[in-house]
Ligand binder design. Structure first.
Ligand SMILES: [Zn+2]
Length: 75
């Protein structure tokens, strides 16, 4: 797995894919309040929305990025 960085704020992120096949950035560091579990045996890692699952969870970087407005703005 290669580390990436947010193009807006430079935070380390993991590019995962959702079950719908959409790419989604997750904060690299696990967050107990995160809403996603990550299957890192997949390539790209598969992010599943599982807010109540036990174990290591990750937060969407869309939710934590200080520049998240830029993510939503699409040309
Ligand atoms: Zn960011």
């Amino acid at each position: 797995m290669s580390a990436s960085h947010c193009r807006s704020c430079g935070a380390p992120i993991i590019w995962a894919e959702t079950v719908n096949g959409r790419r989604m950035p997750l904060d690299e560091d696990p967050d107990p309040d995160g809403k996603f579990v990550l299957d890192e045996t997949r390539e790209p890692p598969l992010a599943t929305f599982a807010p109540t699952d036990p174990g290591e969870r990750f937060q969407s970087h869309f939710a934590t990025c200080p520049d998240s407005d830029k993510h939503r703005r699409r040309p």
